[in-house]
Write a protein that binds this ligand. Sequence first.
Ligand SMILES: *Cc1c(COP(=O)(O)O)cnc(C)c1O
Length: 363
Amino acid sequence: MTVPEFGRFFLPGPTEVHPDILKAMQRPMIPHRGQQMVDLLKGLEAPLKQLCRTERNVLIGTCAATGFMEMAVRSGVRHRALCLAGGAFGERFAGIVAATGREVVRLEVALGRTVEPDMLRDALRRSDADAVTLVHSETSTGALAPLEELAHVVHEFDDVMLLVDAVTSMGGCPVETDEWDLDFVFTGSQKALALPPGLALGVASERMLENAKNIPERGAYLDVVAFHKAAANYQPTNTPALSQVYALEAQLSRIDAEGGVEARWRRHDEMRRVVEEWVCGPGGELGFTYLPREDRRSWTVSCLRVPEGVNGRQLVHAMKREGWTIGTGYGELRHSTIRIGHMGDHTPAGVRELLGALESVVP
Ligand SMILES: *Cc1c(COP(=O)(O)O)cnc(C)c1O
């Protein structure tokens, strides 16, 4: 079996990293307090703002995305958060709110479903929360929340921070940070940006920063105020993962070469449509169905129920034997679903080939 250099690894994170990016990481270290570092960060400023659809500073942290989830909570939640959850990452967000000594009010939906605007409005009226945590693209279920509409609802209320996990959406589908007035939005390097794991990116609104200054116990390493101050001076807070920053620089050039973030969104839109068409056709005939309903499906990860009598994990192993990596279902969905991570640098043609392979391994 010959496996090509790129295009067989469809895990919903970490995603496959292009060989050019891996090469870009093999550069020597530089002093992180010197002019070279300043120049490197200055060079990233404009493309990062374009990627994140913002005029604000984009914060770069050396941590898993969960680190910035904790930053969102420590710097964004004063006393009580309304936590939207319909899967593992929404739960994780709520768990961090509880773990940092804040009060959690849960707004839960079934796996594969999303909280809708009216539900959110009702819950906000009743909860007296000072923040909302939500996951835009819930990677464990493949559900995509109607973020723009939800953001409008949150802004009907005074002084409620909107904290958004955009880990599998930013770079893969529209996330309008400034236009939708998101107070804090973050992602990680190893999902739609198709970089090695280890970096987190985030954007904080002016309101978020002002709010944070009134929260004394927001910690040190992940303090949004300190990050913002450093970023404004093109400085890292601490010694950053330099090799990852080199990778980020290379990926931002590749995104520019593709035609910018909008071209990237279009490619992701096509990839999810390839899966939808397949489920409407041969995949559906075999018995595959979507977990989330139409219009609520992530552009970067498709979560499919497997045919009756078929075990999802066995399907994933059978694909592995053919040289393809896809994700198993998450948690209680591990036997009944599979997840295809079509994000980052994958192509519609690659997704078609993958689905062809999937057809051939169904018993
Ligand atoms: C992967 C993922 C995370 C966690 O990312 P880490 O880098 O592992 O901390 C959080 N939220 C979502 C939606 C994810 O897909």
